[in-house]
Ligand binder design. Structure first.
Ligand SMILES: [Zn+2]
Length: 76
C-alpha cells in the first residue's frame, strides 16, 4: 500500500476514496472517511491532515496520539 508522499496534505488534496488510517499502540486500527471529519471538530477542507494526529484518541485504551497515522485508499 503506497503512502502519500506529499509533506502535509490538506483534505482537499485527498483523492477519491482515500481515507485516514490510525493504528494505536494497543493494536486497534481504524479507517476514517474524510467526509466524516469535515464539518466536525473544526475541520475544514483546508485543514492539514497530519495536524490532526495529536488529537485522535483510541476508543479502546484511551491513549493518544496514535502510533501510526497514514493516508491510503479505502479498503472494501
Ligand atoms: Zn489503543
Amino acid at each position: 500500500m503506497p503512502k502519500r508522499t506529499a509533506v502535509d496534505p490538506t483534505f482537499l488534496d485527498l483523492a477519491t476514496r482515500e481515507c485516514i488510517n490510525l493504528r494505536c499502540r494497543c493494536g486497534r486500527e481504524v479507517s476514517i472517511a474524510p467526509f466524516k471529519l469535515i464539518g466536525a471538530y473544526g475541520v475544514t477542507q483546508h485543514t492539514h491532515i497530519f495536524s490532526l494526529k495529536e488529537r485522535f484518541r483510541c476508543r479502546k485504551c484511551k491513549r493518544r496520539p496514535p502510533k501510526d497515522f497514514w493516508v491510503a485508499k479505502w479498503q472494501d
